[in-house]
Design a protein around this ligand. Structure first.
Ligand code: PMP
Length: 391
């Protein structure tokens, strides 16, 4: 198998080779991607009970025994997990699976677009927003939907205009971690609530979300981004049916092997009633956020977003924020290209422009491996100490 040639663990950016032991000198601290390897140590601790061994003859068919393409056992576990965490209402709701929430989101845009309107539905989001919404909607643009960008110009139009609108609401938001709410309301407005990060690793859970269409992903829950498994919780049968048709025509459902792996991982989470993984995830993210804040506390040149603490119904206490990403701002008037400022210091972030925001902002990923995070902090410390010596 090709996979046998791969290293056992993912190498962080400063190491290479089959066992990740070869140090790459002067390597950049790469805080660009949202690869959720912060959870790798948890799964190393649970290596045996999370392992999946599949015999060659197993599950070869297109469909399950009930002729569907969705594992009913997995669906039951997903409902159980939401009820345990208290982050989403799933009673009397439909659930659909996708190849990552990336595919679920695409199916949702298709399903919410009217197929008989004279003009396409406008797809919008509040700035800063996750770039996939724009990239994917532009790529698949059809006579039914079109990406329009910023949601705010539409706020005062929804009572008077009959333009169909689809608003993406990301909560907590990628990139800035805020618990966003929909800004558009009205008879012609529909929303896709992307709740990829609405788990206790990244945010207090104030209440179960009960929106018409909510999307989730295994990527940010267990960290298994490579399994490519996401799902949606849907209120309306007609929307569920349109999304189902999209999935069936598109990929004929999610890989049965991925569904099996997802099930095994959820079983491990549920065994410990979720306490173990979410304590681990929260502690890790919270510690990283504190270290980053401390590192930048003496800086006048860089600032970070503020997220207020809230009561978390899962942990049953007030919890501080523990966001997946830092939304860093370059404060000096002349430093309008914050990405370039960081790049010169050997730090790779993601430009504000990618989130349709000013380039004075850069997103730094906090969810990569420990080594990646440590490298980021080392480089930032050097940058802040330069600032002190100039003062
Ligand atoms: N939504 C948000 C807000 C994300 O940040 C991501 C991944 N970075 C996704 C959806 C897509 O995740 P996936 O396709 O891995 O499920």
């Amino acid at each position: 198998l090709d996979d046998e040639k791969q290293p056992l663990c993912e190498c962080n950016t400063c190491y290479s080779g089959p066992d990740c032991s070869q140090f790459i000198p002067n390597c950049a601290a790469d805080a660009d991607e949202g690869d959720p390897l912060f959870l790798e140590p948890f799964w190393i601790q649970h290596a045996a009970n999370s392992a999946v061994l599949v015999a060659g003859w197993h599950r070869m068919s297109y469909s399950y025994n009930d002729k569907t393409v969705i594992s009913k056992v997995l669906e039951k576990h997903i409902r159980k997990l939401h009820s345990l965490v208290g982050n989403a209402v799933t009673e009397d709701r439909f659930i659909i699976f996708g190849t990552g929430s990336t595919q679920v989101i695409s199916a949702a845009v298709h399903a919410l677009s009217p197929d008989n309107a004279s003009s396409p539905a406008r797809v919008v989001a509040s700035i800063p927003y996750y770039s996939l919404y724009r990239e994917q909607t532009d790529y698949f643009e059809s006579m039914h939907f079109k990406f329009e960008g910023d949601a705010s110009p539409w706020i005062n139009t929804t009572n008077t205009s009959s333009t169909n609108l689809i608003e993406f609401v990301t909560s907590p938001n990628n990139p800035d971690g805020q618990l966003n709410k929909a800004v558009l309301h009205g008879p012609y407005v529909k929303a896709i609530h992307d709740l990829a990060y609405y788990w206790p690793h990244f945010t207090p859970i104030p209440a179960p979300a009960d929106e018409d269409l909510m999307t989730f992903t295994l990527s940010k829950l267990t960290g298994h981004a490579g399994t490519r498994f996401g799902w949606a919780v849907i209120k309306k049968k007609s929307v569920y049916e349109r999304m189902t048709m999209h999935m069936e025509l598109n990929t004929m459902g999610v890989s049965r092997d991925s569904q099996l792996r997802a099930l095994k991982l959820l079983k491990v989470i549920l065994e410990g009633k979720g306490r173990e993984i979410f304590e681990f995830g929260y502690k890790t993210m919270k510690a990283r956020w504190e270290i980053l804040n401390q590192t930048l506390s003496l800086s006048n040149r860089f600032s970070l977003q503020k997220i207020p603490p809230q009561y978390c119904t899962f942990f049953q206490e007030f919890r501080e924020s523990s966001p997946a990403y830092a939304w860093l701002k370059c404060e000096r008037e002349e430093e309008k290209d914050c990405y370039a400022v960081l790049k010169a210091a050997n730090i790779i972030g993601r430009r504000g422009y990618m989130f349709s925001a000013e380039d004075r902002y850069v997103r730094l990923s906090m969810i990569k491996s420990r080594d990646d995070f440590d490298a980021l902090i080392e480089r930032l410390k050097e940058l802040v100490s330069e600032e002190e010596s100039v003062v």
